[in-house]
Design a protein around this ligand. Structure first.
Ligand code: FE2
Ligand code: FE2
Length: 248
């Protein structure tokens, strides 16, 4: 039994992507087939695959139906986290999604899922992404304060949701946690954040995140060990579409 993760599949079986850079980028060519091939090779029926957000370009559930079926047909137990592009998923409607896809997909929001003696907890998260002001040498010399304040409020809301997830797991008797965030745990300005603090507070063993795709963004946040926690970026193009083993 193993636990795998990958994020940012950005599927578009029903969505026209004419204007999207994704179509022109070599790293994304036939990425659906690559994901499917690697999953079929790696993942056994009793394994778990966590999809760390940005599943589909569809703007509502009808436009995502084929994308979600593609994920449902991958091997193993599939747990989905909310990404910033997942327009089909209103946080308040998570129970409806869990009922609609019962036996096929599990939606992680204000709840948790167990994996052996671990609780898999998580939420979308948030971090400030600019705009930043650069000098001639490309160094950051300032940023949009208003947008930074707005980002801080969005992060606060997400921290409340994350605590609900941790507390649900703790109330059920779990003491070992793997934390999934769609956004990186820190912005490019930060060494740590309220998300890393909460991971440390509950003693999470790992923080797994996505959202940073495109080579220039692969080092936007923490990678590797910090304060006893392992941080992993699992965006699909960073992994070259092969899910990474988190446990097992
Ligand atoms: Fe994404
Ligand atoms: Fe994203």
């Amino acid at each position: 039994m193993s636990l795998y993760a990958i994020g940012d599949l950005h599927l578009h079986f029903q969505t026209d992507l004419k204007a999207k850079a994704q179509l022109r980028d070599r790293a994304w060519r036939n990425h659906e087939q690559k994901v499917q091939k690697y999953c079929l090779e790696l993942i056994r029926p009793d394994d778990t695959l966590v999809l760390v957000g940005d599943h589909s370009w569809g703007r509502n559930l009808d436009e995502c139906e084929q994308d979600l079926w593609f994920i449902a047909e991958l091997p193993g137990r599939k747990i989905l986290l909310r990404g910033n592009h997942d327009m089909f998923w209103d946080a308040k409607k998570t129970q409806m999604l869990n009922a609609r896809y019962a036996g096929k997909l599990l939606f992680l929001q204000d709840n948790f899922y167990s994996y052996e003696d671990y609780a898999l907890v998580g939420t979308k998260g948030h971090c400030f992404e600019g705009p930043f002001y650069l000098n001639r040498r490309g160094q950051i010399i300032g940023w949009d304060e208003e947008k930074a304040e707005h980002a801080r409020k969005l992060a606060e809301r997400e921290l409340e949701r994350l605590r609900v997830s941790f507390e649900a797991a703790r109330a059920a008797g779990y003491r070992k946690y793997i934390l999934f965030l769609h956004y990186p745990p820190t912005s490019i300005l930060e060494e740590d954040s309220p998300f890393t603090a909460m991971a440390e507070e509950y003693g999470a063993e790992q923080v797994v995140y996505a959202h940073s795709h495109g080579e220039s963004r692969f080092h936007d946040s923490i990678l590797g060990e910090k304060n006893g926690i392992r941080y992993s970026l699992v965006s699909g193009d960073y992994l070259r579409w092969k899910p990474i083993k988190i446990l097992g």
